[in-house]
Design a protein around this ligand. Structure first.
Ligand SMILES: Cc1ncc(COP(=O)(O)O)c(C=O)c1O
Length: 395
């Protein structure tokens, strides 16, 4: 444990201010000021794995930054990771690349749907799911999650009712941002059955697949229901897992050759089929050497999760949180205060001096919620929560 502490340090405060990072330097557009303690956009305040930093240093020391190709080694790194970590048997030829998962989702929308088509999202949902659909002239079809006492569930009866013939795809978030659910094999198989019955494509965003806590197990959709493969495109990335989002390297996996061909053609047309050189180096190092760091990071994040749970129970009992099974972004329920999202934001910003994503940006179900990013040293998390508790005391 001591050795691990020395090798992988998550407690040291890294001062990111003035480094051109969105989380610390880019708060003005959403929050009106830049002097808040940020718990919003989904990256972490930790330095990435030393194994990744070494690989990047090696590329930088080499000093030539010409056009890269997407190597077999990079495809193998993704395929091996999926097998070893998720028991999903992927062969390297089923893997390809895209500079960002949202870029990949947009490419899939363009590749497989027509303007005016409906695409399902399960709300509340990561906001770019809405904009990816709307900004490309497609129609958002909402299938709100069911909020049960013990967690959120998919509403497959409602899903069936919205699947009219012009609805061509569903964008699945697995695990789900922002409610931090890890969908079970059974839930995924049931969803796949509906999609097969109605011939609906699935664009499956598994960017959070590696950030799963010890009491849950992620199952890739293709593994839960291999019969969905002819309708399935899966997106994965080391970016959330290893805190390398700024390097914009992601991968997509399609077992069906027709799906793969169509996606590749669209990415070529968009000139979006290649990663940048440092992104490739980081991706390969993450997936081949990053596991010990990730295991340590997950233990630390799980400590943060449990810390938040205990803090809310003891100091902020009117703010509720359903037990997060995954991700470092948690969905806080402030509805007991009977305030609008805008009013909650005013208290968080003006009185607590913290930046949390406003719930309503995740859809109408987000009214009364805010999303908290716990990807930071525990001392900072404690400071933020203490400020929130003090600010809400008088309401
Ligand atoms: C579900 C989900 N998809 C995609 C992204 C962003 O991916 P990228 O930065 O690779 O576009 C995020 C970031 O928070 C996310 O939560």
């Amino acid at each position: 444990m001591e050795g691990e502490r020395l090798a992988y340090d998550f407690d040291t405060i890294v001062d990111r201010r003035g480094t051109g990072c969105m989380k610390w330097d880019g708060m003005v557009p959403l929050f009106g000021r830049n002097d808040l303690l940020p718990f919003w956009v989904a990256d972490m305040d930790f330095r990435s794995a030393p194994e990744i930093l070494d690989a990047l240093r090696e590329r930088v020391d080499f000093g030539v930054f010409g056009y890269p190709i997407m190597t077999e080694a990079a495809r193998e790194a993704v395929a091996n990771w999926e097998f070893e970590r998720h028991q999903w048997c992927v062969v390297p030829s089923e893997v390809d690349f895209v500079p960002g998962v949202v870029n990949g989702l947009i490419a899939a929308i363009l590749a497989f749907t027509e303007p005016g088509d409906g695409i399902v999202v399960q709300t509340p949902i990561y906001p770019p799911f809405f904009s990816a659909i709307r900004d490309n002239g497609r129609r958002v079809v909402e299938n709100p999650l069911i909020e049960a006492e013990d967690g959120y569930r998919m509403d497959l009866d409602h899903l069936r009712s919205v699947l009219t013939p012009d609805v061509k795809a569903i964008m699945l978030c697995s695990p789900h941002n922002p409610v931090a659910r890890v969908w079970t094999k059974e839930e995924l198989a049931d969803l796949a059955a509906v999609c097969i019955e109605r011939n609906v494509l699935v664009f499956c965003d598994e960017i959070h697949q590696d950030l799963v806590y010890s009491d849950a197990k992620h199952v890739p959709l293709s593994l839960a229901a291999p019969e969905i493969d002819p309708l399935l495109l899966t997106l994965v990335a080391p970016s959330k897992t290893f805190n390398t989002a700024g390097l914009a390297s992601s991968a997509w996996i399609a077992k069906d050759k027709k799906i793969a061909r169509q996606m590749r053609t669209t990415l070529d047309k968009l000139h979006q089929a290649r990663l940048n050189l440092l992104g490739v180096a980081a991706l390969e190092a993450a997936y081949t050497k990053g596991l010990p760091w990730l295991e340590a990071a997950m233990r630390y994040l799980e400590g943060n999760r449990d810390f938040v749970g205990a803090f809310l129970r003891e100091r902020l009992p009117r703010v509720r949180m359903k037990h997060p099974e995954a991700t470092f972004i948690f969905w806080l329920d402030f509805r007991d205060y009977d305030m609008t999202s805008a009013e909650i934001q005013r208290v968080l910003i003006d009185r607590a001096g913290v930046a949390l994503n406003p719930g309503v940006t995740f859809g109408a179900q987000g009214e009364g919620f805010a999303r908290l990013n716990v990807g930071c040293p525990r001392s900072r998390l404690e400071e933020g929560l203490t400020r929130i508790a003090a600010a809400f005391e008088k309401y």
